[in-house]
Design a protein around this ligand. Structure first.
Ligand code: ADP
Ligand code: MG
Length: 275
């Protein structure tokens, strides 16, 4: 039962990312390049390192070139915004970093792990422990209580003993000020409360990396501001956070914003200017 639910949870992520993962056998495996051989410097503090990443999708009249040979380094503890026109490849970039989808070429290393070295099962397990994903439409499972939604990733990863999981989930719900809503079902909560529950769920396995794909896109501006305050608090605690946002006001509060445009990544400050 528990495993079945775990699978639903992960499929929900994949569905949101609109992936069509090729099987391990027929995809083009990225060529392993030793870090020192390509002349690029590497820092031990990099939580994310992307080298020469290419992502194409099959389109009706040939390949769609979404990411055209991009590099990115994100240090541990950084708060990075991602913006760009609709369809520019923001979600695609996140999907490469979370291993929800595979690159056409190039390599992605997160927390020292080269994702191309993992098969689909290993990748799913790795993601459950190392990455917390927060979606625009929350993606809480409607048939589970808020508490059960937060416990679920812990059941899946088995990093904590069974009897510790509920206690840990309650303490995460306290952190997002939702302890009094723990026994309720998601559809009885407001959008802001559901998103805070989804944040508690993302923190379940204490991942070093948090990723949000327009996490405030479905909230009113007051609620967005409160959720964003929470993100800042999590970064202040040492987590790394990547957040796609269209909200100019929120972006202006982030010191580093990557712009995805014409298949390339451009580093800017939060006001859209080059640093
Ligand atoms: P953004 O998040 O910036 O709006 P996406 O990363 O979702 O953009 O999409 C970038 C481009 O890739 C779009 O043209 C989109 O239609 C295409 N795309 C995304 N996912 C797939 C997929 N699974 N199959 C085919 N094309 C896709
Ligand atoms: Mg998107």
């Amino acid at each position: 039962m528990k495993r079945g639910l775990g699978r639903i949870f992960h499929n929900t992520q994949a569905a949101n990312g609109r992936t069509n993962n090729p099987s391990a056998d027929d995809r083009t495996m990225p060529v392993e390049v030793p870090l020192s051989s390509n002349g690029k410097s590497s820092s031990a503090a990099d939580l994310i390192r992307i080298d020469d990443l290419v992502k194409d999708y099959d389109g009706p009249i040939g390949p769609i070139h979404v990411l055209k040979v991009v590099d990115l380094e994100v240090s541990q503890g950084e708060f990075v915004g991602i913006r760009g026109p609709s369809g520019s490849g923001k979600s695609t970039l996140l999907n490469m970093i979370t291993g929800i989808d595979r690159p056409t070429a190039g390599q992605v290393i997160v927390a020292g792990q080269s994702l191309s070295d993992l098969n689909e099962n290993e990748l799913e397990r790795w993601r459950g422990e190392k990455v917390g994903v927060i979606f625009q439409f929350f993606q809480l499972l409607p048939t589970l209580t808020i508490l059960e939604n937060v416990v679920l990733p812990m059941d899946f990863a088995r990093k904590w003993k069974t009897k510790e999981r509920v206690e840990r989930a309650m303490s995460l719900l306290e952190q997002v000020e939702l302890a009094d809503q723990a026994r309720k079902f998601p559809n009885t909560l407001s959008g802001g409360q559901q998103q805070r529950a989804a944040i508690a769920r993302a923190l379940a396995n204490d991942p070093p990396l948090l990723v949000g794909d327009e996490p405030t896109g479905n909230l009113d501006s007051g609620t967005s501001g409160m959720v964003f305050d929470l993100f800042e608090k999590l970064v202040a605690q040492g987590r790394t956070f990547l957040m796609v946002t269209h909200d100019r006001e929120l972006a202006s509060r982030i010191s580093r914003v990557i712009e995805v445009r014409d298949g390339k990544l451009i580093d800017t400050n939060g006001n859209g200017r080059k640093p």
